[in-house]
Design a protein around this ligand. Structure first.
Ligand code: PGA
Length: 244
């Protein structure tokens, strides 16, 4: 596991963007796993800037998003479908047919999850980018998720609902369920980058990286990944710095 501490959120985002570009330059048809949330917004902005300067094309890239809420339609501005369109896909030359997100509108969600898992098996992820939740979740794999878990529906915990309340106008309005790639799905990615920003994440990231690997802290599984890079800004690294 490689740990990189950057000065601030901007340098975290530019470094992450440079690793994405490096991957595309190595393989035009790279397959990415992508996160949503606050943390990757700077990364998507940097990638959009690089694209606007005609320095890269996403024409042959495929993407698989980590997760999506259940009960929020794709067209709803709060869905992760909308987030991705607004923050990234609408701004670059990626082909619509190369974009994959879990479809919560499917009649049979169990089947949808199995299909998503099958698609990822067919198109193995070269580089998967993650954020971490305050409870240590990656994707929406909440504490207690099995390390062997695959793409499935999951009940969101109160900590996650509290973190996401700002997007829904209150914790009670946050959806109770989501579809998420499983921890085993995530671990199969050839390369992983975890982005961590802000001192509200300092405690959980220290636990995830420096304490024992446990299903109680899903992100701790990353300690076992053969090619994981953790990029933190200084505020997120305050608890970790003494231990490095
Ligand atoms: P955040 O979300 O980037 O909005 O903090 C991270 C996550 O919950 O995975």
């Amino acid at each position: 596991m490689k740990i990189i501490i950057t000065k601030n959120y901007k340098t975290l985002s530019t470094l992450a963007a440079s690793l994405v570009i490096k991957q595309i330059k190595k393989k035009k048809s790279s397959i990415f796993g992508l996160p949503t949330g606050h943390t990757p917004q700077g990364l998507y902005q940097e990638l959009t800037n690089i694209y606007n300067n005609k320095q890269i094309s996403f024409k042959f890239v495929k993407t698989f998003n980590l997760d999506e809420y259940v009960g929020i339609r794709a067209k709803d501005s709060r869905s992760y479908h909308s987030y991705m369109q607004k923050n990234f896909f609408n701004k670059i030359d990626i082909k619509k047919t190369n974009i994959y997100l879990p479809n919560e509108e499917a009649d049979d969600l169990k089947k949808e999850c199995a299909n998503y898992e099958k698609l990822i098996k067919k198109f193995p992820i070269d580089l998967l980018i993650l954020g971490i939740g305050h409870d240590g979740h990656i994707g929406f794999n909440e504490p207690g998720s099995k390390f062997s878990s695959k793409t499935r529906t999951i009940n969101l915990l109160a900590t996650t609902k509290a973190s996401n309340a700002k997007y829904f106008g209150g914790q009670k309005k946050v959806p109770t369920q989501a579809i998420t790639m499983g921890l085993s799905t995530i671990m199969k990615a050839k390369k992983i980058i975890l982005l961590v920003s802000g001192n509200d994440k300092a405690n959980i990231i220290k636990k995830a990286l420096k304490e024992k690997i446990t299903q109680k802290i899903p992100a701790s599984i990353l300690q076992k990944h053969p090619d994981a890079t953790i990029i933190l800004d200084e505020t997120a690294a305050t608890k970790l710095i003494k231990l490095l």
